[in-house]
Write a protein that binds this ligand. Structure first.
Ligand SMILES: [Zn+2]
Length: 324
């Protein structure tokens, strides 16, 4: 497995927990191998790392693909514990679609365990959706061990800028055309329709959030710079001082002081799976509005696809900003 040298605690945790499971998986694969042959005209089997990528793959692949996802909605994407059944799915996949950067390192572990050359890095069925993304928070200085827990390739939460859905869908389109060239026109048409829907929705979201340009949000995790950038919001600070590290009393106190120094009310927002105790304390002390926003498709009821996801995020934030 190839991991960056600056491995954080989570990544070590992922490796430690996967290794014995890989062994289990290999035995399972050996036992199941004779029953795994795909029917000749089966749909193209796509395994996506996250529900967001899975939805975009469905939009582009239409009825020619069968899509599943490794991470489920309401799971912290940094903390996925892959299962032996995930290894089997990747072993059978025609296309694997991942976030890349260093968010889904668990995908590397799964790809290594599955040993499916078609979908391994460099294979026709390997899609890294971060290719072509304009990356934010890319570290400028040389990364050393002393830099601590830092995203070496920049912030990986790029799917939370809806316009990056265009780049993601282009990467998936290219992958689908590689593994199924006879369906190229069909996939092209589907992607065109997806992008048209996304652009129309974008005008609606821009309009809804326009009155709140420049307003500040506090999030639990540093997962929202792409969204904030797209909609001209500012992230005042994060409740987690570092990814995976719960806030100390002094960190909470400093956030409270920052929020109180603002002229405009601040909105505290993040995904439903993060602890909300500190957010509620800060909200109670400062009068800031606390709203839950889904960070993935399926993260709240009704956020059933990539466009509905942003409908929910935009609606919750607009209500938070509008609150007296
Ligand atoms: Zn993150």
């Amino acid at each position: 497995m190839r991991f960056p040298a600056e491995m954080n605690q989570r990544k070590v945790h992922i490796m430690k927990t996967l290794l014995p499971r890989e062994a289990v998986a290999l035995v399972t694969i050996a036992l199941a191998a004779c029953t795994l042959a795909l029917p000749a005209h089966a749909a193209i089997t796509v395994v996506a790392a996250t529900p967001d990528l899975a939805d975009i793959a469905k939009q582009v692949g239409g009825d020619r693909v069968s899509v599943s996802t490794i991470a489920q909605a309401n799971q912290d994407l940094h903390m996925i514990d892959p299962r032996p059944s995930d290894v089997l799915r990747i072993k059978r996949a025609d296309l694997v679609v991942r976030i890349g950067m260093d968010l889904d390192l668990w995908m590397d572990a799964l790809l290594n365990a599955a040993g499916n050359a078609r979908v391994n890095r460099g294979g026709p069925g390997y899609v890294d959706c971060s290719v072509g993304i304009h990356k934010l928070e890319v570290p400028k200085e040389q990364i050393t061990g002393a830099s601590g827990d830092i995203h070496v390739y920049g912030n990986p939460h790029y799917w939370l800028d809806p316009l990056n859905g265009e780049v993601i869908s282009a990467n998936i389109l290219a992958g689908l055309k590689r593994v199924s060239p006879t369906n190229a026109d069909y996939f092209e048409q589907n992607r065109k329709a997806f992008v048209a829907h996304l652009r129309a929705a974008m005008r609606r979201w821009q309009e809804r959030l326009a009155p709140y340009r420049g307003r500040k949000i506090v999030t639990y995790h540093d997962g929202w710079p792409y969204f904030a950038h797209r909609f001209s919001l500012q992230v005042l600070g994060c409740i987690e001082p570092k990814p995976g590290i719960p806030p100390s009393a002094s960190h909470i106190a400093s956030l409270i002081a920052q929020i109180e120094a603002e002229k405009q009310p601040v909105v505290i927002a993040d995904a439903p799976y993060y602890p909300d105790k500190a957010a509620k304390i800060i909200a109670a002390r400062t009068g800031a509005r606390f709203v839950v926003i889904p960070s993935s498709v399926g993260g709240v009821k009704g956020a059933d696809d990539y466009i509905a996801l942003f409908d929910h995020i935009v609606d919750a934030l607009a209500k938070g900003f509008a609150a007296k």
